[in-house]
Structures are given as C-alpha cells and as structure tokens.
Write a protein that binds this ligand. Sequence first.
Ligand code: SF4
Ligand code: SF4
Length: 226
Amino acid sequence: MATNESSDQVMGQGVMSTGEGARIFPDVEACIDCGGCVVACKRTWDVPHDEQRISISTMLEGQPADPMEFNGNSPGALGQANASPGETSIPMQCYHCENAPCVSVCPVDSLVKKENGFVEVRDDLCVGCQYCLSACPFGAPQFPAEDEGAASLFGTGGTMDKCTMCEERQDVGKGPACAEECATDALLVGDATEIADELDKRGTDPFFNDRAMEIVFGDDAGEFER
Ligand code: SF4
Ligand code: SF4
C-alpha cells in the first residue's frame, strides 16, 4: 500500500495511509460525539437529510465514568465486572469487512468484496430485500426511499446505500472525508498493522469483541491481540 506523499498535508493524524487494502476503524475513546464525520459525509456525497452513512451509537448515555478508574469514554472498562466506563460513543459505518456477512447473504450478488478491499453495492442489481441489513453487525446498510428500479418491485422502494469509504477520493490520494474532518482523529484509516499500532500508541483497546474483529479484519485481527 502506498501513502500518497502529496496528500499528507490534507490528511488528519488518523489517516495513515489510503488505497488498496486500507481499512477504516474507530478509536472510541477519542470520539466526542460531535457529529462532524456525519456532516462531512453528507456534504461530500450529498446524502439526503433523512439518511446518514455514519451513525454515532451512544452507550450508557448520560452516565459519568468512575473518575478514579476510567476516563469518560473508556470502552476498556466494559468487559470488567462492576466497572463504570461512562458514556461511550461509537462511530458506526461500513468497515468494508474482510469476511463481510452482507456479501454472503445477498441473493443477487449486488454486494461484492473487490480485490482492492472495498465492499461495493451494485445499485442496478439490488432488489431491496434488506437481507444485508439483517446480516450486518454494524447497521451500515441504509434504504433511502425511491420509486424506481428493481427494488420498487419488492415493496421497499429503495436500493441499498452505505459508506463507500470515499473510494473516489482515495483514488486521487485523499482520505475519507469523515476521517479528515474528525477533530479528534477518532476515525483511523490504514492497514490493520497501522491501525493496531496507532491504537497501541494511544493506549486504547479495540472496542469490538473477537468475533466482530474477525469479521472486519479476517486473519489480520491477530494484529490487535497484543
Ligand atoms: S457487514 Fe456491514 S460493515 Fe461489513 S462490509 Fe457489509 S455493510 Fe459493511
Ligand atoms: S437489499 Fe440489495 S444489497 Fe441487500 S441483500 Fe438484498 S439485494 Fe443484496
């Protein structure tokens, strides 16, 4: 994977490299739930006002952390008995999973895991059955209302839409708009080793459990077991 030198100045610290094999992954301890990523995505891709390709999931909303043991966003505490991690925000979007369940269940091969790593939706094939929505552990598939195309035959009226990880921007050496906009570098972009190294440097554990990490990173999930 090649980091595009000319784009380094426009990339935030969370963007380590882009292009083939790059992944996107949240550092939930850095997320402050400001919604900047959601706005950047909507603005960049003209996403309709009633739809968003990133959603911020908040756990333990309004609950303070135990100041003696954890910081306010610490997910590390979630796995510990009697721990009080406080309010935790998780930017959820398509992580372009290595073992993508959405691709496995799509009955018409509308979803494909491409050789360069991106999971792409082929709009013209989607019939709007929403199987992918059931299969995705991260709530990434969206179904904007539409009256045209194959999906209208099946009653949902909308074909699937989701984060593209800004493939077109990456093609010209830019990072995903959400990651570049994030004021706290809570969205990390790079290969699995780079993301694992960055989390390590920050002293943050990956938020997801082992099964989810295996879905997102495949064999590379081992990079995070340190
Ligand atoms: S399972 Fe969800 S997060 Fe993973 S590639 Fe499919 S839509 Fe994206
Ligand atoms: S909604 Fe479209 S993309 Fe999703 S499983 Fe059905 S046909 Fe495939």
